[in-house]
Ligand binder design. Structure first.
Ligand code: ASP
Length: 378
């Protein structure tokens, strides 16, 4: 974009940032009083995402949050802009947790999940266990645009994508993702295939060993990008896309493509999305919960922390607890409200865990705020 245009968009946004938050509705008395009409209002554009939104550029000049922000400032539809942003890590072969080159399932097949929501249009679409298409976010968008449905899975999703003109590839593995899968396979004691319950545990622990040894990036063992944004007229959208849990059972679907879990957007209220242990999020439908807290006027940080508290309360099985009796996994939320306020929160904060942000001030990597000290391992 020309600098002049960018500056104009940014200063219009800056004016907007001084406005109060008219739609946040602390005065709303019940959860059911949702605003049903998108009322355009000036607000400073924001794009927030997982760290993949700043760490990967696929050999190009821009990261995902930067690309999305620029497009929003130029006037592109917010969801189109966010999807163009997440296409960057989806297509980047170095990002082993998203799209092309994502770590495959236990059979060595890359299966991808994604969903998207358009706030002002009140529309949504998603795909799960999708094979052979590098950019599942675009297929999620096609489900939203071209069908009466919100979620297509497996072969049906792939057939739909083919019919919509997407190129379907035989294999989305890269040499790297295939080599890591082979290493994982090599480490599994074949004897454990006799005991399915035990095998899962062993497989998961072997995977975590590979994370601890630095073979697999911690962010890529789960690895997802959720990216939410607000445009200058207050339009809020979001998208989440992932290859899911590394070496999952074929057909396993996590939280990422599920509306209310991996993503939720309510126009005039806010957006929330997640990365981390999908099962914990599926059980608690945290993104929906967070947006409902926003609807009652909570700050994005408080709304995110409330959801993490809920997840913690509901984590009681011994196998999911560490030595301190706390969740033995991480879960992260990226939250944005209608006034352009935002927060990145995690079950465990650390000096190494950041998230991606792009505002009129440029790209930043703020630290995630943790509910708990320490780490999932204790
Ligand atoms: N939440 C994703 C899933 O469970 C993975 C991740 O974010 O790391 O599939």
């Amino acid at each position: 974009m020309e600098r002049r245009t960018f500056v104009r968009a940014a200063s219009a946004a800056a004016v907007g940032s001084a406005l109060p938050a008219p739609t946040l509705g602390a005065e709303r008395s019940t959860l059911l009083e949702a605003p049903f009409v998108h009322t355009p209002q000036l607000v400073a554009p924001v794009v927030i995402s997982d760290s993949s939104g700043v760490r990967f550029k696929n050999g190009g000049p821009q990261s995902g949050v930067e690309r999305a922000f620029q497009l929003i400032a130029e006037g592109t539809d917010v969801l189109d802009a966010l999807i163009a942003g997440v296409n960057i890590p989806e297509l980047d072969p170095e990002e082993t947790g998203i799209g092309y080159g994502g770590l495959p399932n236990e059979d060595g097949v890359v299966q991808l999940d994604s969903c998207c929501m358009h706030g002002p249009k009140r529309q949504a679409g998603g795909v799960a266990a999708l094979e052979g298409i590098r950019t599942p976010s675009l297929v999620a968008r096609a489900v939203m645009d071209n069908t009466d449905h919100h979620l297509l899975v497996g072969k049906g999703a792939q057939d739909f994508a083919r019919n919509m003109g997407f190129e379907v590839e035989e294999d989305l593995n890269t040499d790297r993702s295939r080599a890591l899968w082979l290493e994982w396979r090599r480490r599994i004691d074949p004897l454990h295939y006799l005991d399915p319950a035990r095998r899962r545990r062993i497989g998961y622990e072997v995977g975590l060993d590979m994370v601890r040894e630095g073979l697999v990036d911690r962010n890529s063992f789960w690895g997802t990008i959720n990216c939410n944004g607000i445009g200058p007229d207050g339009a809020i959208c979001g998208v989440t896309t992932t290859s899911g849990l590394a070496w999952k059972i074929p057909g396993r679907v996590g939280d990422s493509p599920i509306l209310g879990a991996g993503l939720y957007v309510a126009d005039g209220v806010g957006a929330a999305g997640s990365t981390g242990r999908g099962e914990a999020n599926l059980f608690n439908l945290s993104s929906f919960l967070i947006v409902e807290h926003l609807r009652r006027g909570a700050h994005p940080k408080d709304a995110g922390m409330a959801a993490l508290e809920r997840v913690k309360e509901n984590t009681v099985e011994e196998r999911l607890l560490n030595d301190r009796g706390l969740p033995a996994f991480d879960l992260r939320f990226f939250v944005l409200d209608a006034a352009g306020r935002y927060a990145g929160v995690a079950m465990y904060g650390s000096s190494e865990s950041s998230y991606g942000l792009c505002t009129e001030n440029g790209v930043e990597e703020p630290l995630l705020e943790g509910l708990l000290d320490g780490s999932p391992t204790g």
